[in-house]
Structure formats: C-alpha cells, structure tokens
Design a binder for this molecule. Sequence first.
Ligand code: HEC
Ligand code: HEC
Ligand code: HEC
Ligand code: HEC
Ligand code: HEC
Length: 444
Amino acid sequence: MNRFKIVSIFLSVSVLSAFIVFIGQKLIPNPVPVEQVFPGKVWAKTVTQLPDLQGVGAPRAENCGKCHEEIYKEWKTSTHSQALSDLQFQAELSKTSSPKWICLNCHIPVQNQRENIVLNLNHGDYFQPIEIPNPGFDPIMQKEAITCATCHVRVDGKGASYVIGANGNTSPPHPVKIDAEALRNRCYDCHNETYELNASLVCSFQTGGELKEASKHFSEKTCVNCHLPSVQRSFVIPSLNKPKRNAHKHAFIGGGVPKKFELYKEQIPGGYKPGIALVGWEWKDSDIIVTIQNQNAGHYLPSADPERHLKLELVWFDKDGKEIAKDKIRYGQDWEWSPKARKVADNRLKPKEIRDWKAKIPNAEAVSVTLRVYHVRLTNSTSDYVKKYTTGAPKEYEDKIKELKKHYPHSSLVLESKYSWKTKKVLNTSLPDLFKLNESRRGE
Ligand code: HEC
Ligand code: HEC
Ligand code: HEC
Ligand code: HEC
Ligand code: HEC
C-alpha cells in the first residue's frame, strides 16, 4: 500500500465519522433551556401556573366578573379578550412557518391556558420546542386570551395566588398586593418589543418607546391614562356596598377597528378617540390646503403592527354633487419582507405633529371637496393572501377565514369633513355617525 492510499483511506474514514457524528448530534435529543436561548425575554415564557385564588376559585375572567361585573363586560368587548379567536391570528398561526409557542406566549400568556408547556428547545432551535403536557390546563381560561390574570394575578413565595392592585385601602375577599408601577408597566412586555427571530420573522412593536419620545408633549405619562380612562364608580357590583372610587374602563380601545362588526357600537362608549384631528381648511389660488394633526395619540399614528396605516382621500365634487376626481395619500410604515425583513420608509405622524396636505383643485367645475380618513389594519391584498394560504386552522375559524371580509373588519372611517371653498362652509360628520357607517363597510 502506498502512502497516497493510506492517506486517502484515513481521510474517507474521518470524513465519514465526522458525518456520522454530525447526524448523530441532530438525532440525539439535546434540550436547551428556553431562557438560555432567549435570555431575559418575557415572551419566551408563560406566566407561572396559577393555583385557585382564595375567595375566587379558578383565576378565570368569568369568575372575576361575578363581582367586577362592569369591568368584565368592558373587557369582553376588547381586542385583548379576542387575541386568540382573532381570525387573522388563527390564519397566521396555521402557517408552518409560525413558531406557534412564541405567538401564544403573548396572545394566551398564562400557563393555565396551555395544553402543553415549552421549557426546552431541541438543540436550542425555536422550531423544535419540546412540549410537555400541562396537568393544570384550563380550556375555559384558554379562550379568554389576554385575561384578567395576565396583568393581575401572580404566585407568591408560598405558592399561593394573589391579585396585583394599584389602590390599597380596599376590602377585597381575595389577597391583594399593591404594586401600581408593575401593573401599569405590564403593557410594555408585549407592546414594546422588537426582536429579529430570523431574516423574515421580525416582531416590531415600539409603542412604549414612542410614548417616551413624546412625553414632553403630554401630561398623560402612561398607557393607562389614555387606554384605561378614569370613571367614578364602585369597583364591584352594587350588592357588595362598596364606595365609588376612581375606577378605570377596561375596553382597551385602540385604533377603532374592532375584531367583529358587532363591536363597532362598543368603540365610543369604551373610550374611542381618533388620534387624528382636522385643524382646518384653506383656499389659496388654485390649491386647497387641509391641515391635520396627531392630536390624541401619545405615540406615532398609527402605532404597533407595521401594516396599520392611515389612508387619506380628497374627493372632489361639482355643483350637482357629482364626484369628479379623487386624490389619495398614505401615512404608515413600508416594509420589505423578503429576502430580509426591513423597514424601507416611515411617514407616520409623530405625537402632536401637524401636517398640511396641499392639493390642486382639479378643474373649474369643482365646487367642494370631502376629506375622508380611514384607519386601515388589513389591506384587501393581504386579506386575499391570508385566505389563500390558510389550511389547517381549526374548523370554527377556517370557515370564517374563507370569507374573511364578511366576518373581520379591515378598516374604519375615522374622520370626514366637507369643504365648499366659495361659501367657506365646513361640514363635519359626527363620530357616532361615522361608526354607524363603519358597521356596514367591508374590506379596506
Ligand atoms: C367575590 C367577589 C370578588 C371576586 C370573585 C373578585 N374580586 Fe376583586 N375585589 C372584590 C372587592 C369587594 C374588592 C374591593 C372593592 C372596594 O373595596 O372598593 C376587590 C378589589 C380588587 C382589586 C383592587 C385592589 C386594590 O386595592 O387596588 C383588583 C385589582 C381586583 N379586585 C381584581 C380581581 C381579579 C383579577 C379577580 C379575578 C381573578 C377578582 N378581583 C375577583 C371582590 C371580588
Ligand atoms: C411580544 C409579544 C407578541 C408576540 C411574540 C406575538 N404577538 Fe401578535 N400581537 C402583539 C401585540 C402587542 C399586538 C397588537 C398590535 C396591534 O394591534 O397593532 C399583536 C397583534 C397581532 C395580530 C393582529 C394585528 C392587527 O393589526 O390587529 C396578529 C394577526 C398577530 N399579532 C399575530 C401574531 C403571530 C402569528 C405571532 C407569532 C409569529 C405573534 N403575533 C406573536 C404581541 C405579540
Ligand atoms: C401579554 C401581552 C399583552 C399585554 C401585557 C398587554 N397587551 Fe395590549 N394587546 C396584546 C395583543 C396580542 C393585542 C392584539 C390582539 C389581536 O389583535 O388579536 C393587544 C391589543 C391592544 C390594544 C388594541 C389595539 C387595537 O387597535 O385593537 C390596546 C389599546 C392595547 N392592547 C393596550 C394595552 C395596554 C394599555 C396594556 C397595559 C395595561 C396592554 N395592552 C397590555 C398584548 C398585550
Ligand atoms: C392588560 C392588562 C389588564 C387586564 C387584562 C385587566 N386589567 Fe384590571 N387593571 C389594569 C391596570 C393597569 C389597572 C390600574 C389602573 C390604575 O389604577 O392606574 C387595573 C385596575 C383594575 C381594578 C381596580 C379598579 C379600577 O377600575 O381601577 C380592578 C378591580 C380590575 N382592574 C379588575 C380587572 C378584571 C376583573 C379584569 C378582567 C375582566 C381585568 N382587570 C383585566 C390592567 C389590566
Ligand atoms: C395621550 C394618550 C395616549 C397614550 C399615553 C397612549 N395611547 Fe395608545 N392610542 C391613543 C389614541 C388616541 C389611539 C388611537 C389612534 C388612532 O386613531 O388610530 C391609540 C392607539 C393605540 C393602539 C392601536 C394602534 C393605533 O395607532 O391606532 C395601540 C396598540 C396602543 N394605542 C397602545 C398604547 C400603549 C401600549 C401605550 C403605552 C405605551 C399607549 N398606547 C399610550 C392614545 C394614547
């Protein structure tokens, strides 16, 4: 045997054994704790299993609602209570490319809500969660999604559940610890998170940072000031004879696009106020200038999900009220999703920012113009795409996803104003009238 042969046999043996070792490593389970893969990430873990709460029983919203009835009813109308049944969420969850356990950690975050728990990832790979059955699974609580306990219930050092409150000097039948800061800052865990999981899977919620940036403009310093508006009332049902206090509405109204059409009527009573406001109209030579402002949102407008945007339209009319032309602009973020997710543009309105939209009067026939502002959460094209890729969502959702426009509000008309420049007349549509109209609008 010559030297060359010996070397080549040696090489083949070592390549082969390296290959076997490599395959072996992939086949042999190698659990890596979640906190080692995502150190310090709240969404990497569920809220610890919560045992029955003294004086209440299972820490379900429906149980809290027996005494905190008004809060419960408001919360039922909120987006939070629908973070699991959300049709777009169910559609996205059914994609094989979704790391489901991570999505669920923000949308149904308490361990009681989970059939299975993920403590380890095989080889540290988030697409290989090692799922173990949860003996404490509560299917009723699962449906409650972002339930009362998400923000309010934790376990003490002795393993007993307690309620986190912000007041003190109250007399509840259940244990309470007062920690107003922790309760008010809980929002940031989910609404202020930017993380790149892989090139095309990016989580980008920056509402908390935007609020900090805006703080000089506002006396309202926390999310609670605007999204849980104050109301003087008892915390509980009248039969418990508790005094009126400074309580907070729990409808968590946001951009005015609810998850179901029947929830449009709950938006204004829940505290809805559009971020955008009309500052005024002006006529200058052959131009009309409409001035708008982000007057009410303590963050960018719109904030949160990158697909959200404001669509502004100017519709021109002749003296007979016939539509003769239309102009359109968009305020929002622009993202490119492949090959790598990245933000390419962003013209959202910063808090209190004022902008002019100058538009040419289209011709001599035009006598009036109407501004319409839509808050769009889901475009028609994304909606059609969502329908196409969805297979394998649970039956109760799948049927509705197939007719997404019929069941799922995509946008809302949030401002309408008509200007006749010759007569200087301005006619604004009231918010309640707009929200009546929204009930019957469909799509983008
Ligand atoms: C059997 C009735 C009852 C049930 C059930 C109940 N609570 Fe209460 N809770 C009360 C009463 C009474 C108070 C005190 C009201 C007062 O003194 O004005 C209270 C007070 C509170 C407070 C305010 C404490 C503070 O001082 O800031 C919070 C928060 C709270 N409850 C949350 C919950 C949650 C969450 C649940 C469900 C897991 C729940 N409660 C279930 C009766 C109940
Ligand atoms: C860090 C917490 C977090 C994680 C993880 C997370 N979400 Fe969300 N999700 C949110 C928040 C906060 C919102 C509300 C933002 C908004 O309404 O614009 C939201 C809203 C949504 C919506 C509704 C969008 C809209 O405009 O109303 C969908 C759909 C959704 N998430 C899908 C997913 C999917 C799929 C995953 C997993 C790949 C996921 N989420 C993981 C926090 C999270
Ligand atoms: C455990 C994660 C989590 C926490 C904590 C949380 N949220 Fe949310 N929030 C969400 C998710 C997820 C959605 C969207 C659900 C969907 O669209 O299906 C949402 C939706 C909202 C919306 C509705 C947006 C819209 O236009 O529909 C508002 C407003 C909101 N949250 C405010 C808050 C505030 C204020 C707090 C703190 C008091 C808070 N959230 C705490 C996860 C969370
Ligand atoms: C997304 C987080 C979140 C969820 C979900 C939530 N709360 Fe609250 N809740 C708060 C915050 C924050 C406050 C404190 C507001 C303050 O005083 O600054 C609060 C206050 C309260 C109070 C004191 C009275 C008041 O109105 O201020 C009660 C009682 C209460 N919540 C019960 C509930 C019940 C019952 C549910 C479920 C039906 C629930 N909460 C769901 C965040 C939440
Ligand atoms: C100064 C009042 C104010 C403060 C403070 C505030 N918001 Fe908002 N928020 C609004 C208004 C008004 C809207 C409705 C904007 C619109 O017209 O779409 C809104 C909308 C939202 C939306 C829906 C997306 C959108 O732009 O419509 C989410 C989610 C949200 N807020 C979360 C938060 C969270 C989380 C915090 C705290 C970090 C917070 N907000 C602080 C006033 C406020």
